[in-house]
Design a binder for this molecule. Sequence first.
Ligand code: HEC
Ligand code: HEC
Length: 281
Amino acid sequence: MTFRTMTAAAALAMLVPAFATADPDAKLVVNGEIEMVTETEAPEHLEGLRTIRSGWTFRTEETQALQMDDFDNPAMIFVDQARDVWNTVEGDAGESCASCHGEPESLRGLRAELPKWNEEKGEVYTAEMYINDCRTERMGAEPWGWDSQPMKNMTALISSVSRGMTVDVAIDGPVREAWERGKEIYYTRYGQLELACANCHEDNYDNYIRADHLSQGHINGFPTYRLKQANLVSKHNRFRGCIRDTRGVPYAIGSEDFVALELYVASRGNGLSVEGPAVRN
Ligand code: HEC
Ligand code: HEC
């Protein structure tokens, strides 16, 4: 019987305690210089967890090692591709990202605060939304698909320049309504298995579900490079996959609901380091 055809009770009964985990005291230092906080006290708003842990701490030593050096991290090829695109003129206005923003490093710090309130637009904005506004309104270029390769590459580049910074997503003020909505989604049971995000990532992290070592489901490592897919995976793509695993019908990638969920999930990781692009199995 596969996990997909089971009831929630049976599925959760199948969870077994962790075995063969990587060294719990392992430290993540990238390129011998960027020191990451992979375990810390949970933010105050998070009642279900006392300690938060990066997804990196749940991976095998082999997978962990790939993220410790940019020469070994397969995601960095995509980051390099994005650097080329950053400098390439595109669209009717004859501009490149570089003509206005200079070096990608000028966006250092942004990833740690996203998603955030966009005053001008009056809504919560993700990296993808900022990028597409610049493309359509400032460059006269076509928007990129949320889950397209150039978009994933560019979000990986933008994340990479903030690596090591502390995730610090605002949850009060104008974003509050979206944050509450995201929280509601997080604790809602979906699909035939009737499982909420929290049932797996809060109640059962560190257990195994089939061959998967369940993490706390943080997004500080996104976009992540998944060895299974040999490509970058966006946050919303991951959310969709997780809801599908419950045999539920996911929200659309890029939808307001998934943006709200992204805001809430990001805030659960406040205090961890920006790791993206991280490596996952
Ligand atoms: C014609 C000038 C121009 C071009 C070209 C341009 N941008 Fe922008 N971009 C801006 C301005 C102006 C803002 C809003 C003010 C700010 O925060 O810098 C902005 C904001 C952003 C933000 C949000 C920054 C923040 O701190 O909130 C991101 C991310 C971004 N741009 C990425 C890109 C990318 C990627 C490209 C190329 C695909 C690009 N931009 C091309 C002018 C431009
Ligand atoms: C049936 C259990 C289950 C449910 C329910 C579930 N997930 Fe997952 N999720 C997994 C598994 C298994 C993985 C892969 C191993 C891991 O990283 O935890 C995963 C991975 C993730 C990751 C990647 C973490 C990383 O560090 O790479 C995120 C983010 C995530 N889930 C978010 C969610 C969200 C948000 C929901 C609710 C919409 C959800 N998950 C519901 C099982 C689940």
